[in-house]
Design a binder for this molecule. Structure first.
Ligand SMILES: [Ca+2]
Length: 123
């Protein structure tokens, strides 16, 4: 997991690292430091196949975002949304990639995401 920035409460206890959005613990999460052009990215060593992404935003402050994946050397939009919130589910045609990210254009306060779930639902 990589991210654009991280909110730091205290030097000794950073607490909001990107990997905390992928630890299967809803009590922990990544939190950014700013409110524009923030992102949270997942990168795999081997290409992954999936058709579903669930974003668990803590609260409901995101007002514009995109879901993107890495294709032919550039970021390509999968879908975009306005409000996010907890349990925001996106389903789309199955794709295969090594990187996927949530690009947050604008948010009312630094975004916090407790879990970013990416998986393949068999039809
Ligand atoms: Ca978590």
């Amino acid at each position: 997991m990589n991210a654009s920035s991280m909110y730091i409460e205290t030097e000794k206890l950073p607490g909001y690292e990107a990997f905390k959005a992928n630890d299967e613990n809803p009590e922990t999460g990544w939190q950014a430091d700013g409110t524009t052009d923030e992102w949270l990215e997942v990168e795999w060593l081997k290409p992954q196949t999936f058709n579903t992404v669930v974003i668990d935003e803590v609260g409901n402050y995101i007002s514009s975002y995109k879901l993107q994946y890495w294709q032919h050397g550039k970021w390509t939009d999968i879908t975009s949304g306005e409000t996010c919130g907890e349990g925001r589910t996106h389903t789309f045609d199955q794709l295969r990639t090594t990187k996927c990210r949530v690009w947050i254009d604008h948010v009312l306060r630094p975004p916090k995401i407790s879990e970013l779930k990416i998986f393949d639902v068999k039809s």
